[in-house]
Design a protein around this ligand. Structure first.
Ligand SMILES: [Zn+2]
Length: 573
């Protein structure tokens, strides 16, 4: 027998409990026999209590001193010892029936989605993503970044001109529904993919975005939660994943450490962290429901980011554009639709702070609708209220100061740090990404001094870069390796023969005075594979044995205290 008799009696009486009534906290654990998570409301006397509570349960909203939260059974056990009176609320993912949510007679995506007034079944979601990539192979690529606890796919559509090559472009990410029962952005993101793909080449704004940015869209970050009620319905969707973990509390946190929720990283969390590590995202947004607000960093602590003025500018643009196209009262929570995360309520382990702090990516949490599972007939309306803001936010990735960082001597792209003295704090500096060496320092309008640095290279500061809103400043930067001393690169190539090289090469010294030289050979990645001291007496030729070098391109660099000469050579045996 799975349960003692007394608990069975309790389970039976639980079915008679109406949601919304004040409930004896001691009885609430019985609900976990049927569900992995409980949704409830309680009152705090002082908002300062939230800093402790947020580490115990998953707070979803705070309105005045009313706290709305979720808990799994072990979270609830800890919480119940604190003595709060709770009111159990109906699960937001079970408010509408299968018939109200899903397409009548099932669904199929063999020809792509015809309308956006229903929720796809899980397989139809997968088929729709496959359809996009198959139908627009030049600008859309489908990537499976991992699988969930229950084996469902974590899918990302990459949309970009020359989608199969990683260019020197900003990388932008949209992802939705890390809370499985918050689905307005799920359909919104599918709709956005279709919008970008079908308008590329005819709509100048879409064409510019797709040409200039690598746009990654993950419509469903928690498919096990969204389809907790089965693959054919979103009725019964849960906030948590299949292990009963809130994945937006499961990330390393700048203040609270690697495992702020006490849980191991979930498969979905690990997949996403690997995905973030493999890219260099400039900007990102994580879509939620339950409120209507643009929640910018930080969530974990009260101090503001270095770029708070930029966040307020971008947030206002997002909210004000919705106000222009949406109904009165929509997206007006807190500061008329925007808030600093901590001001609303603090959380730890959120993905937003993880991306900002550990990946130097401007990620925001956007709550799209107070309704968790939007009635399907409303989905197109919300698209119409929101899509211009989606485009505006992507477009911001084109602004700020950006360019390519390369090695002065080889021209090879570099990963380097871009730092603004007397401004950057809390990881607000950025890095250029590989393989392209592209960096993008999004920043508020003003005049900014940027310092570019990398170990093994001379740092370089470029002053007075004047930034204005809606205008990108292009600034390519070359860094010089320390290896060759302080001498400048001397224009004009070395003379080296034969071309291509076989057994040995002959290097003609560019200066006739007797000098000590350093001779380096670098591979095509700019990594040194040979180094020696040589000297010349008059204009003599130095012979170098290259018979052991693999076929390919190499840089030969000859340097002394006066300067650096280089030449690219081809070795072919
Ligand atoms: Zn959420």
């Amino acid at each position: 027998m799975k349960y003692p008799f007394s608990l069975l009696i309790l389970l039976f009486t639980m079915n008679l409990v109406m949601y919304g009534q004040a409930y004896d906290i001691k009885k609430a654990d019985s609900i976990f026999s049927a569900k992995k998570e409980l949704y409830f409301k309680f009152h705090v006397f002082d908002k300062s209590e939230i800093a402790t509570l947020t580490r115990i349960i998953s707070i979803d909203n705070v309105k005045g001193n009313d706290v709305y939260a979720y808990a799994n059974s072990s979270e609830f056990e800890k919480f119940s010892k604190l003595g709060y009176q709770i009111e159990i609320l109906a699960p937001p993912g079970s408010m509408l029936s299968d018939a109200e949510l899903m397409k009548p007679g099932g669904s199929s995506a063999s020809s792509g989605p015809a309308s956006w007034n229903f929720y796809p079944a899980y397989q139809e979601y997968v088929d729709t993503m496959v359809y996009f990539a198959h139908t627009y192979p030049d600008i859309c690529k489908l990537d499976t970044i991992g699988t969930t606890t229950n084996g469902r796919l974590l899918l990302v559509a990459k949309i970009s001109k020359d989608v199969n090559t990683d260019g020197a472009k900003p990388q932008f990410l949209y992802t939705s529904s890390i809370h499985g029962n918050e689905t307005t952005g799920y359909i919104g993101m599918l709709h956005l993919i279709e919008y970008l793909l079908t308008r590329y080449g005819s709509d100048s704004r879409v064409t510019r975005l797709v040409d200039s940015i690598e746009i990654f869209i993950n419509p469903l970050a928690n498919p096990d939660g969204t389809y907790a009620g089965g693959n054919n319905t979103v009725n019964g969707a849960t906030r948590y994943n299949a292990n009963g973990v809130d994945m937006n509390r499961n990330y390393p946190d700048p203040a609270a450490g690697q495992h702020p929720d006490g849980n191991p990283w979930q498969p979905e969390t690990i997949a996403f962290m690997n995905f973030a590590n493999a890219n260099n995202f400039t900007m990102s947004a994580n879509f939620h429901c339950g409120e209507e607000v643009f929640n910018y960093p930080w969530d974990t602590w009260s101090r503001l980011t270095a770029d708070n003025a930029w966040w307020v500018f971008v947030g206002r643009e997002f909210a004000d554009t919705i106000h222009k196209y949406g109904p009165a009262g929509y997206f007006t929570f807190l500061q008329n639709g925007i808030t600093d995360g901590y001001d609303w309520y603090t959380i730890t382990g959120g993905r937003q702070d993880y991306m900002n702090y550990f990946h130097h990516c401007r990620e925001v949490t956007i709550e799209l609708s107070s309704t968790y599972i939007m009635p399907p007939s409303q989905l197109v309306n919300y698209w119409n209220y929101d899509y211009r803001s989606y485009l505006n936010y992507i477009e911001q990735a084109l602004y700020g100061i950006h360019g390519i960082i390369t090695d002065t001597v080889t021209g090879v792209p570099l990963r380097a740090k871009v730092y603004i003295s007397n401004h950057d704090i809390d990881s607000s500096f950025v890095y250029s990404g590989m393989p392209g060496g592209y960096y993008d320092r999004l920043i508020n309008q003003g005049s900014w001094d940027l310092t570019f640095s990398r170990s093994g290279y001379f740092s370089k500061t470029i002053k007075n870069n004047v930034v204005s809103h809606y205008h990108g400043v292009h600034l390519d930067v070359q860094l010089k390796p320390l290896t060759y001393g302080t001498g400048e690169l001397i224009q004009g190539e070395l003379t080296i023969y034969p071309v291509p090289a076989g057994k040995e090469i002959h290097i003609v010294f560019p200066e006739t005075d007797s000098k000590k030289w350093r001779l380096d050979v670098l591979n095509s990645m700019g990594i040194s594979i040979y180094s020696s001291e040589v000297s010349n007496s008059g204009k003599v030729v130095n012979n170098l044995d290259v018979s052991s070098f693999a076929d390919g391109l190499y840089f030969v660099v000859l340097s002394n205290e006066n300067g650096v000469y280089r030449k690219k050579i081809l070795v072919r045996h």
